[in-house]
Design a binder for this molecule. Sequence first.
Ligand SMILES: Cc1cc2nc3c(=O)[nH]c(=O)nc-3n(C[C@H](O)[C@H](O)[C@H](O)COP(=O)(O)OP(=O)(O)OC[C@H]3O[C@@H](n4cnc5c(N)ncnc54)[C@H](O)[C@@H]3O)c2cc1C
Length: 386
Amino acid sequence: MVSAPGGHWGLEPELEEFRRHFRRFVRDRLAPLAERAEREHRFPQEVYAALREGGFLAVNYPADVGGGGGDLLTGCVFYEELTRASAGVSAGVFAHQHLAAGPLLRFGTDAQRREFLAPALRGERIGAFGLTEPDAGSDIRGIRTTARRAGDDWLLNGSKLYITNGAIADFMLVAARTGEGRSGDVLTVFIVETGVPGVVARDLEKVGNHSSSTAFVALEDVRVPSHRVLGAIGQGLTQLKATLVEGRILVANRGLGIAQEAYELVLQYAGERRAFGRTIGSFQAVAFKIADMAARIDAVRLMIYRAARLKMAGHDCAREASMAKYLASELAVRVSADALLLHGGAGYMEEMKVARLYRDAPEAWIGEGTNEIQLGVIARSLGLSP
Ligand SMILES: Cc1cc2nc3c(=O)[nH]c(=O)nc-3n(C[C@H](O)[C@H](O)[C@H](O)COP(=O)(O)OP(=O)(O)OC[C@H]3O[C@@H](n4cnc5c(N)ncnc54)[C@H](O)[C@@H]3O)c2cc1C
């Protein structure tokens, strides 16, 4: 089986051990919370207390800031296993742990780390990351939210769209314009407490990931003190770019997790379901589809781990990260669709997990840059200028 432990992918035994522990924990503690939340269309906030108790919160953060001390590969295993149980919960945790907490770790002042990062890594203050807007998603330099000086403070005006955790977060990193035009120094990231006057969030209904919160967030004359600027004025784009590669490697594991789960479900089903007096897995058409899944999952997993190892060794791996993210999302969509098909009518029933995986999968195309954006990165690395 593709999922068999034992270092098939060159992972250290400790990481395989971590995977086994975390998988058991996810199955016993998180999956029941996630399933109820999925039906109720809400993010289960209890997940953070459970993760903390289990010792699995912020596993890939340094120990000296309150994390688990694991590396990027630990993060890869974490997001794959969490996504297998629930892509929605994993989306919320990713937005909090990576998108919101990550820039605080890299660019925050000591005071900002104390006030926001430390409680975030304890799961006590939940974060969101607000970049996308109604008129600008892929086109980061096109964002319109403005930040203008008002004495010692800044006044933020604009709106953010599709913000994971947007309606439940305690704070949000908001990218805003502090200059005109499209040059590299016109964006700044602000740390905004969501309880302050002028911040209004509204949850959105989605195709999948029902156990995550995704919101439209309006910002009207939101007053932000100067000490809540992340890093320095004009550093926004540089900061965003600095976190993209790692984010793409981590998020690729969300696609991989969906594919792995769908594959294991269909492998089991093919050995049980009978038609024409045989198990359906004994039909070559079915067996080949599943064999094809196994091959592609292995390939994508190896690509993700290659990108992670390159990043950990300090190499430039923008291309490898984009390749992994691109193919992992294609894999999630393809494998979940084929797994649904091979379940026949049962696959189309809401009660079947394979149906949920099929609904959740396409989000993997979009987050951390759509597939067209990934192909652009890959093409440019080849000397092409699309
Ligand atoms: C469930 C969910 C959660 C999200 N969470 C967050 C979040 O927490 N924070 C946040 O800031 N954002 C979040 N997003 C937003 C996400 O990052 C954007 O939707 C994404 O970057 C695409 O932007 P867009 O929707 O504006 O699409 P557009 O940029 O308008 O793109 C539309 C289409 O055009 C294509 N396209 C655009 N430009 C090019 C180009 N140059 N070349 C070729 N094709 C191109 C795109 O690939 C896409 O297919 C989330 C989205 C979803 C669906």
